[in-house]
Design a protein around this ligand. Structure first.
Ligand code: KG4
Ligand code: ZN
Length: 343
């Protein structure tokens, strides 16, 4: 089955073609980062309008890339949530409109299920069951995955997501949006021993996270240095390093705990923050000696993309699941509400 995947939940337009027999055939990605940069974050109305501009030409582009025509497409998958409602509606209405015109099934899929299963697009995909750490701009979650749609939420952030904390820290340090990669770059020049920031909620049992206190700690440190007149470029880099170390350590400790608790030997790390090189190194170092294998999507598929949506949609469409004639756009949609494919 050949499935067209459409992702428009936030600030990336992603389109891809996935074949259940031959794998990924084509994918195209347009990032709106430059457009939102001057506002310091995503402007929802601008995001929706840009998806409208880019989506149809990108669909033509992937068909051309794969040397296929509309008649070769057997189904369409789109991100139905969670995300920005206007942005989601662009993908949902386009997907439903095309499916009706082309007389093929269409299905709205969960954005985080896309991230969760993005490593399935790699040459050595993980086998079920595994533990997944989902770290994006909107979510920080640990999930026990037994199979497609069999997800048990083990823990999540009670306030800010890890990516959000990176973005807010970047803003405090005067770095542009999106902040994750910028903080990581600045941290390379930082001295790891100058500051030690707290590792929130690691001193008590449980698998939940909290990053808002860490953000406040960063701000307080910055203000103290500012007041003392010692906030120079090196101090900024040292703060970036202390923040990154604290976040990565916290994520690593909770992953180790989740693996111990479930007894599982495979860890999937996905979502935008999984692109962080030092997070990967730290997890590798902490888990290799415990005989735990870690799986990531390739760099391009860590952040939002159409390939992960095409993949998830294909797995569910092939099992007979599809939308009725109503398009779906669900800004808030807990991953624990997902179930295995329903035909
Ligand atoms: O998954 P994603 O593209 O969008 C959401 O679904 O939220 O994740 C975007 C998030 C942003 O917060 C961004 O700052 C963060 O991922 N991010 C990173 C890195 N690359 C992206 N955070 C830390 N280090 C990185 N290298
Ligand atoms: Zn995402």
């Amino acid at each position: 089955m050949r499935v067209l995947g459409i992702e428009t939940s936030c600030d990336e337009t992603g389109v891809a073609l996935y074949d259940t027999e031959h794998g990924l055939l084509a994918d195209a990605l347009h990032s709106q980062i430059a457009m939102h940069a001057e506002y310091g974050g995503v402007v929802p109305e601008l995001a929706s309008r840009d998806h409208v501009r880019k989506l149809l030409p990108m669909i033509e582009q992937v068909l051309k890339q794969a040397e296929l025509s509309r008649a070769d497409i057997d189904g369409i998958a789109y991100t139905a949530g969670p995300g920005l409602v206007g942005a989601l509606m662009v993908g949902a209405s386009t997907a439903h409109g095309l499916a009706k015109a082309w007389k093929i099934p269409v299905l709205g899929v969960h954005h985080m299920e896309g991230h969760l299963l993005a490593p399935m697009l790699e040459d050595e995909p993980p086998e079920y069951p595994f533990v997944a750490l989902l770290v994006s701009g909107g979510h920080t979650q640990l999930v026990e995955v037994k199979g497609l749609g069999q997800y048990k939420l083990l823990g999540e952030s009670v306030d800010d997501a890890a990516g959000e904390a990176f973005d807010k820290t970047a803003k405090m340090l005067g770095l542009p949006y999106p902040g994750g990669p910028q903080v990581a770059k600045l941290a390379e020049q930082g001295n790891p021993t100058r500051f030690r920031f707290p590792r929130p909620m690691t001193d008590r049992p449980g698998l939940d996270f909290s990053f808002s206190g860490l953000k406040t700690h960063t701000l307080t440190t910055l203000n103290q240095l500012k007041a003392a007149g010692t906030l120079d470029d090196q101090a900024r880099a040292d703060i970036a390093r202390a923040f990154e170390d604290a976040t990565i350590d916290t994520l690593t400790i909770k992953c180790r705990r989740a693996l111990e608790q479930t007894g599982l030997k495979r860890l999937v790390v996905a979502g935008g923050v999984s692109a962080n090189v030092r997070l990967r190194e730290r997890l590798c170092e902490a888990l290799a000696k415990r005989n735990i294998k870690t799986y990531y999507p390739r760099g391009r598929f860590c952040t939002d993309n159409g390939a992960m949506i095409a993949y998830v949609g294909a797995q569910r469409l092939v099992a007979g699941e599809h939308d009725d004639s109503t398009m779906r756009a669900t800004p808030r949609w807990p991953i624990k509400d997902l179930v295995p494919p329903q035909s």
